[in-house]
Design a protein around this ligand. Structure first.
Ligand SMILES: Cc1ncc(C[n+]2csc(CCOP(=O)(O)OP(=O)(O)O)c2C)c(N)n1
Ligand SMILES: [Mg+2]
Length: 560
């Protein structure tokens, strides 16, 4: 033992290791399996806040949203078996969203391991496919090493979740070990030949298109890249639920290449001669089920740039594959200049098509939800964080809201319901100076509505919109399309959402008409409480462009 090292129990060593990594906020639900960690966090309570949630699903989404918003790994603590299984949803979301996370799970002591002891699960097998690395810390002296390894892995290349299991005996044991300094964020840089090859391919392009996406960006890299794209006169789009990587007000912004894509934009991506894809994996949602870009060899000349080497050539064989972090790439790119009148003309056309597409259209019923989204887009402060979940209600958000800067959007690219509310709680706690709005569906909200209790407990005052159509609308839409008229399992009988919010100590409003919204929103913001506004929309208004009845009739006609 070195004389200057204090003896600490495993829980305190872990808490100190987190502080050394720069962690200021962690989320979780307590369990008897990790009592020494709670004891260690108690010592650090002035430096590191532990947000206690009501369900591990909510807690894991909060940790994911924290990681997505700040770029720092989101830290989650859950207990054995049941806690680990509840918490899996945020880990899957973090994996598909390339979000840095470090998840700690209590584990059975080694003396009982592999007996299927109380709540025992082998986390290496359970989380194997949805984490970058899963490990178990079996020796108390090695806690700082494992934590350092976890933070390096979570943030390197393509970021993602790491899971560490903590056997009880490791946590209760004591040791005299040193802390490890904060991790490095390890990312490659584009080489000079890479940049020269890119210049050559782009120079000869007549109809190029740029797509930005993925995790691992910084605000500065986004702004610099946008300035470069604007100067070159290139048109740019963003991948599914990454709309905040590019200021949507930019003359170069052509829209989001995601679910419910503008057909003209889809055609533009298909017709591009050179596709410069930066950070997007080109997944199923971004490629309209691999139709915009053919797999494995695209029609377009694909320049694919990604921070994770393993993503290059995974689905698509690009003409040029560049493995680089995005800030590093943007710095290298800024030396290149282009001037092509054709690019500028196409960009102007793409911009016009974006404006036409994003104009709200009339929908059935007295509440014009599309207009409300546009009103929010026009009235909210520029740096407002919009946290959305999964369901058709999000379609209006994607189409009519103009994201104005980096990390103004928090959304699950894995289409995971229940995300918006807890993500908004995390955003408000992480960056209390910013305005935060959650946009939820009625089905979506009740998957984690209990986290209003967390918002109230920690004073996270933001406004949540609950778009109530009394349906699991997305599924009803698909049902009417595939099996018209045979409605089954998609109706919802809902509570009084405003009363629900009030029961937790929040503020509640119910809005059924367009003109009631602005005053209700003002009251909700002025309440200084976690506030909820139920928006009662006509269930027939199933997407920003069509109705349920039109979908049903079309499906019936096509079967006659
Ligand atoms: C956790 C989870 N469970 C189930 C689904 C399947 N699913 C996708 S959208 C949807 C319905 C969403 O309903 P709601 O939140 O009310 O939104 P709406 O489509 O009605 O606007 C369901 C059940 C999912 N994506 N995620
Ligand atoms: Mg619904």
């Amino acid at each position: 033992m070195k004389p200057d090292l204090k003896i600490r129990h495993g829980g305190r060593i872990l808490a100190d290791a987190l502080a050394a990594q720069g962690v200021k906020l962690a989320f979780g639900v307590p369990g008897e399996s990790y009592l020494p960690v709670l004891d260690g966090l108690h010592d650090l309570r002035d430096r590191l806040s532990f947000i206690v949630c009501r369900q591990e699903g909510g807690a894991s989404y909060m940790a994911e949203a924290y990681g997505k918003l700040t770029g720092e790994p989101g830290v989650l603590f859950v207990t054995r078996g049941p806690g680990a299984t509840n918490g899996a949803i945020g880990v899957h979301t973090g994996f598909q969203d390339s979000t840095p996370m470090v998840v700690f799970i209590g584990q059975v002591g080694n003396e009982f391991a592999e007996r299927e002891a109380f709540q025992e699960i082998d986390y290496r097998r359970m989380y194997g496919q949805m984490a970058k690395w899963v490990a178990q810390v079996d020796r108390v002296e090695r806690i700082p090493e494992y934590v350092s390894h976890a933070f390096h892995t979570a943030t390197a290349g393509r970021p993602g979740p790491v899971v560490l299991a903590l056997p009880e005996d490791t946590l209760f044991a004591e040791a005299a070990v040193a802390d490890v300094p904060r991790h490095h964020v390890v990312r490659p840089s584009a080489s000079a030949p890479d940049i020269a090859a890119l210049e050559k391919l782009l120079k000869s392009a007549q109809r190029p298109f740029v797509i930005l996406g993925g995790g691992g960006w910084t605000g500065e890299a986004c702004r610099k890249l946008q300035a470069w794209i604007e100067k070159a006169g290139l048109p740019a789009g963003t991948s599914f639920r990454c709309q905040d990587l590019f200021d949507n007000r930019s003359p170069s912004y052509a829209g989001d290449v995601g679910i419910g894509i503008n057909p003209k934009l889809a055609q533009r991506v298909k017709d591009a001669d050179v596709l410069l894809v930066i950070g997007a994996r080109l997944g199923e949602m971004t490629t309209s089920a691999y139709t915009l870009v053919e797999a494995p060899v695209p029609q377009q000349t694909l320049i694919h740039l990604h921070a994770g080497a393993e993503e290059l050539g995974r689905v698509y064989r690009p003409a040029l594959a560049i493995n680089s972090g995005y800030p590093q790439f943007v710095d290298a790119l800024s030396a290149l200049t282009f001037a092509n009148a054709n690019w500028k003309a196409e960009t102007e056309k793409a911009r016009k098509e974006y404006f036409e597409w994003t104009e709200p259209r009339p929908m059935p019923g007295a509440l014009q939800y599309g207009q409300l989204i546009r009103w929010l887009s026009d009235h909210l402060p520029e740096d407002t964080v919009i946290a959305g979940g999964a369901g058709n209600f999000a379609g209006w958000l994607h189409r009519h809201f103009r994201y104005k800067g980096f990390r103004t959007q928090l959304g699950p690219t894995n289409g995971s319901m229940g995300y918006g509310y807890p993500a908004a709680v995390a955003a408000k706690l992480a960056q209390p100076q910013r305005n935060v709005i959650a946009v939820c569906g009625d089905g979506d909200f009740l998957m984690n509505g209990q986290e209003i209790a967390t918002a109230v407990q920690y004073g996270a005052a933001f406004v949540a919109l609950v778009v109530n159509n009394g349906l699991y609308g997305t599924i009803r839409m698909h049902q009417e399309r595939e099996y018209p008229g045979r409605v089954f399992g998609t109706d919802l009988k809902n509570p009084d959402f405003a009363a629900y919010a009030r029961a937790f100590g929040g503020h509640g409003e119910t809005v059924a008409r367009t003109e009631e919204f602005a005053p209700a929103f003002e009251r909700a913001q002025a309440s200084g409480k976690p506030a909820l506004i139920e928006l009662q929309i006509d269930p027939d208004a199933i997407t920003p462009a069509t109705t349920l009845s039109a979908i049903r009739e079309k499906a019936i006609r096509s079967r006659q």
